[in-house]
Unconditional design. Sequence first.
Length: 407
Amino acid sequence: MIGIAQTGTGKTFAYLLPSLRLWKYSKERFPQILIIVPTRELVVQVVEEVEKLSAYTNLVVVGAYGGANIKPQVAAVEAGSDVVVATPGRLLDLCLKGALKLKNIKKFIIDEVDEMLNLGFLPQLKRILEYLPEKRQNLLFSATMTEEVEAIILDFFNRPVKIEAAPMGTPLENIDQSLYYVKNFNTKVNLLKDILSDSEEFNKVLIFTSTKKFADKLFDELDPTFPEQIGVIHSNKSQNYRFNSVNSFTSGEYRLLIATDIVARGIDVSEVSHVINFDIPDEAENYIHRIGRTGRADKKGIAISLVTETEEEYLANIEALMKFAIPLNKMPEHVEISDVLIDEELPKIIMKNVVVPRATKAEAGAAFHEKKDKNKKTNQKLNRAEKMKLKYKKPIKRGAKNKKKKR
């Protein structure tokens, strides 16, 4: 079965509730339900949801992800489990070590399958499928249906049933979207500082950047203005740092959280008041995922995008996907328009490829200047006969002296 629905509509519960209800206790303690997710944050959150739903049962759930010590995870799966939630790479590691047996899997669930393929997990998914029994139910869930997702469905799954909560690219109706046209990075920073100054309205804000470098750069720009109110997460941050940042944002200790698209899929924070796209994503589907972090569970959400001239093409693709023109906000007059460009915005000088003809052997010479006479000497190696001839003016052969003595 394939489930397509916008982010924030409850896909996780949609597959957990029926799967757990059909689960039956087994003395073998081999897992019956396998859930694959793209990020470690999502592993933790799905495990937490399983534990909540199975609080009054003897069901055992184990989470496994990379970037952490594998030994406790090996011990956990060897001790026995009913549900395993894992990232593809770490799951494959556990299978190759022989710690995890998948022969009893009855339900194989892939969540956020489109993001998993974007992250390059297709080879691992193919290997994992080799460990699974033929008789099983496959469930794939995604917010978007891309060509890559359709290809994997055709290759590995038999006549799946497709269920769409809404056509692909449809944003949630309870999210108000708007945008500002902005000149450059520094003007974006000035506008963002002005927007975020209203802490009552902007009380829990998720800010997206296109790269890890921009995430760190934006944090450095905002932190002096909003000290101890901002967290930042991306794939270069350590596991503990990321968990602590998300927890601080969830608890309200941080009012602002800067994130990249890769880790954004693993964030499930309730009551996010605003999503701000500091950079427009180059993939239109990622915009749907981003704004889906607000307006969850039928609550009101607001999404604001800051768009430069170079990002207008991405914006056009997003609007074409949604079949919706995002309303334009007027730039506040008191916000300073900066003319200072960062390195990434400076015009790039593209040099033409000049083909230099290769010198022939006759034309080739010394690299910079003519050699001095003393350096023009060539190494002339002499054999023994030649050395003897130079020394005695005539060839001397072995035994010649002995012959003279005999005479």
